[in-house]
Write a protein that binds this ligand. Structure first.
Ligand SMILES: *[C@@H]1O[C@H](CO)[C@@H](O)[C@H](O)[C@H]1NC(C)=O
Ligand SMILES: *[C@@H]1O[C@H](CO)[C@@H](O)[C@H](O)[C@H]1NC(C)=O
Ligand SMILES: *[C@@H]1O[C@H](CO)[C@@H](O)[C@H](O)[C@H]1NC(C)=O
Ligand SMILES: *[C@@H]1O[C@H](CO)[C@@H](O)[C@H](O)[C@H]1NC(C)=O
Ligand SMILES: *[C@@H]1O[C@H](CO)[C@@H](O)[C@H](O)[C@H]1NC(C)=O
Ligand SMILES: *[C@@H]1O[C@H](CO)[C@@H](O)[C@H](O)[C@H]1NC(C)=O
Ligand SMILES: *[C@@H]1O[C@H](CO)[C@@H](O)[C@H](O)[C@H]1NC(C)=O
Ligand SMILES: *[C@@H]1O[C@H](CO)[C@@H](O)[C@H](O)[C@H]1NC(C)=O
Ligand SMILES: *[C@@H]1O[C@H](CO)[C@@H](O)[C@H](O)[C@H]1NC(C)=O
Length: 392
């Protein structure tokens, strides 16, 4: 009888827990975080993480607001016992000195499934000393601010990332990712400070972000499928880029959508870039409902990517096909608003442009388009006019 009552009580307790409300909060202050921005709180964060990660009751890691937490390199590892939420309301700051000579992340979430990172807080990479060191050719490797690897079912919401030494956020080998309302800021001249980089990942949805950095707002690299960027604002920065592809890997990229985004003062708008001689494919792109404001080159496919110059001419290239540019309007700051530069040996196929209206800002002469080895069609109004290559 008593056993049965206990069992019923247990069931009742479980029911309450699954109805919410019973999530245990693991607060970094309970693990002796100083939160003064000066004392290294890495051990406190790791202790909190370990407690939460072994808690089976959908735990929350709390990083309270109004405080700054100095963290040196920390890796939060999974698998965890249940879905886990990190509520980041405080500000994490990186050490203000050169702390690594090797490729590293400041913060890493490795092998953690069903993770939510949410809050009004942020992470400040204190990148200035690293950019200076890099510009003086003294620092070759610089740390990425926030790296996610081997994750499934990840949500990153609202947090603010700032002044990373290198890229701000990376997703490697991740699936079912939702990045929502995240903002990223770094100076326009800070080197390689990409906003969000996605590789080896699929089913990723990036929305309502605002990204202002010194490099790509979002970059999509190889082994990616079904990646969407929508309702986002980019600039200053280099635009939203796919690639560079095919430098050393066999490119595999498909089902990439960029929609409802605005680009302000960026170097490119939407771009696919690959190296000469590359292998593999990139196919199934939709670039739709985009607003360009003084973008140098709003629409770009570049099969001759060669950032340092002096690339030898090579045969072959990543096969680019099925690329649609629809409803793209605004202004370019260079006359050449559209550049579709495809390889002589592997032409671009299935390019479609429709309802494009780009003008050269502050000039009375119209914008123009350069098309090389690209095949496709147009619909509706397309300004500047496109002349596809005649022969296959
Ligand atoms: C994804 O994670 C959330 C918690 O963030 C969880 O509620 C949901 O069940 C997970 N979805 C799947 C398919 O596992
Ligand atoms: C999606 O990505 C995950 C993680 O990289 C991978 O394990 C999985 O095989 C991928 N699925 C597809 C359909 O590509
Ligand atoms: C989009 O993000 C901004 C903050 O950058 C936020 O104020 C706004 O509520 C978000 N909108 C939606 C629909 O989530
Ligand atoms: C693409 O990814 C989204 C999540 O971002 C998912 O909801 C959708 O089902 C995926 N589509 C396909 C065809 O896999
Ligand atoms: C763009 O945004 C509008 C309103 O914000 C929405 O109605 C529309 O469905 C979106 N279109 C795409 C392609 O995302
Ligand atoms: C495009 O952006 C410009 C500058 O921000 C803005 O004035 C204009 O209203 C936008 N157009 C559309 C269609 O959203
Ligand atoms: C275009 O003209 C406006 C107004 O004079 C000015 O603010 C802007 O900087 C100019 N843009 C370029 C790219 O010259
Ligand atoms: C487009 O404009 C650029 C820059 O003014 C010029 O070099 C190029 O020859 C023009 N291309 C065409 C096809 O007119
Ligand atoms: C194209 O853009 C120009 C400059 O923004 C504008 O004056 C013109 O009305 C637009 N044309 C159409 C058909 O929308």
């Amino acid at each position: 009888m008593a056993a049965m009552t206990r069992a019923l009580l247990l069931l009742f307790a479980l029911a309450i827990r699954s109805a919410g409300g019973q999530q245990r909060v693991h607060n970094v202050f309970d693990f002796h975080a100083a939160g003064d921005g000066k004392t290294d709180d890495a051990q406190a964060f790791l202790g909190t993480w370990q407690a939460a990660c072994s808690d089976a009751g959908e735990p929350v890691v709390a990083v309270p607001g109004g405080r700054a937490f100095l963290l040196s390199q920390v890796s939060f590892q999974g698998p965890c016992k249940s879905p886990i939420t990190v509520k980041l309301d405080g500000n994490i700051v990186a050490p203000n000195h050169i702390w690594t000579k090797e490729a590293a992340n400041l913060l890493t979430f490795l092998g953690v499934d069903h993770l939510t990172l949410d809050g009004n807080g942020g992470i400040d990479g204190q990148g200035a000393i690293w950019w200076d060191c890099y510009n003086r050719k003294k620092c070759h490797a610089r740390p990425i601010l926030l790296g996610f690897a081997r994750c499934n079912n990840l949500t990153v919401r609202r947090i603010h990332l700032k002044d990373s030494a290198d890229k701000h956020m990376t997703l490697f080998q991740c699936s079912q990712v939702n990045v929502d309302s995240v903002s990223v800021t770094a100076p326009a001249d800070s080197p390689n400070t990409d906003g969000i980089t996605v590789a080896l990942s699929n089913n990723t949805y990036i929305s309502n972000t605002s990204i202002q950095t010194g490099d790509d707002c979002v970059s999509v690299l190889s082994y990616t499928k079904n990646i969407t960027v929508t309702q986002s604002r980019c600039g200053p920065g280099h635009g939203i880029s796919v690639g560079s592809l095919g430098r050393s890997e066999t490119a595999m990229v498909e089902q990439i959508t960029v929609s409802n985004c605005s680009f302000i003062g960026t170097m490119t708008g939407v771009r696919i870039k690959s190296w000469q001689g590359g292998k593999g494919y990139a196919k199934g792109f939709l670039f739709q409902s985009l607003n360009m404001t003084e973008v140098q080159y709003p629409i770009v496919i570049d099969q001759f990517y060669c950032p340092q110059g002096n690339c030898p001419i090579k045969h072959g290239g990543v096969a680019i096909s099925d690329v649609r540019f629809i409803d793209i309007q605004g202004t370019s700051s260079e006359q050449e608003a559209i550049r579709l530069l495809c390889s002589q040996s592997v032409h671009c196929q299935g390019i479609y442009l429709s309802n494009i209206n780009l003008s050269w800002v502050n000039h009375t002469s119209p914008a123009n388009a350069t098309i090389l080895n690209a095949h496709g069609s147009t619909g509706g109004m397309v300004v500047p006019r496109i002349q596809f290559s005649d022969f296959l």
